[in-house]
Design a protein around this ligand. Structure first.
Ligand code: FES
Length: 160
């Protein structure tokens, strides 16, 4: 987003209720997340402390602060999944991908996050990759899920 576009965006929402939220919505629609450099620039332009900007951004779970990965892995941490070992599964994904929750791998391939109940508690613990549901996932299956997924992706690329 150019400086000019950012100025236009600020002018559009100036003095309107909830303007900061609407500005963030437009930024996220453009980038898929709210880049830190844009937050810094907004902080200067609006003369609002950066901490205050992040207070708003982190209050609404909707806003993403990390560049999304090509594929989203979501570990369900709802009660049923948690009780069936979701925390162990999450730790395995973190260890293998070497990232924390709500982060993207360095190669940009995977974004790891958690969700609260995806509505199929009978299949707990549940993991989704780009919406595809993996049920009754055990720690030992995590590497397999990732490699199956990468293999499918490679196959798709060679057929294109
Ligand atoms: S708690 Fe995980 S699907 Fe419901």
């Amino acid at each position: 987003m150019t400086e000019q576009k950012l100025k236009e965006l600020l002018a559009k929402w100036e003095g309107r209720r909830g303007n900061l939220i609407m500005i963030f919505h437009e930024i996220q629609n453009t980038y898929g997340y709210v880049p830190r450099r844009i937050s810094l620039r907004l902080s200067e332009m609006l003369d609002v402390p950066l901490a205050q900007i992040y207070e708003v951004l982190t209050f609404y779970h909707y806003f993403k602060l990390e560049k999304p990965g090509k594929h989203t892995i979501a570990i369900c941490m709802g009660t049923a999944c948690y009780l069936k070992g979701a925390a162990v599964v999450l730790k395995e994904f973190k260890d293998i991908l070497r990232i924390d929750e709500d982060k993207t791998t360095e190669d940009g391939k995977f974004y790891l996050t958690t969700v609260r109940c995806v509505g199929c508690c009978g299949l707990a613990p549940v993991v989704t990759v780009d919406g595809k549901v993996y049920s009754k996932v055990e720690r030992t299956q995590v590497a397999g899920i990732l490699s199956d997924f990468l293999a499918k992706e490679e196959e798709k690329e060679t057929n294109e």
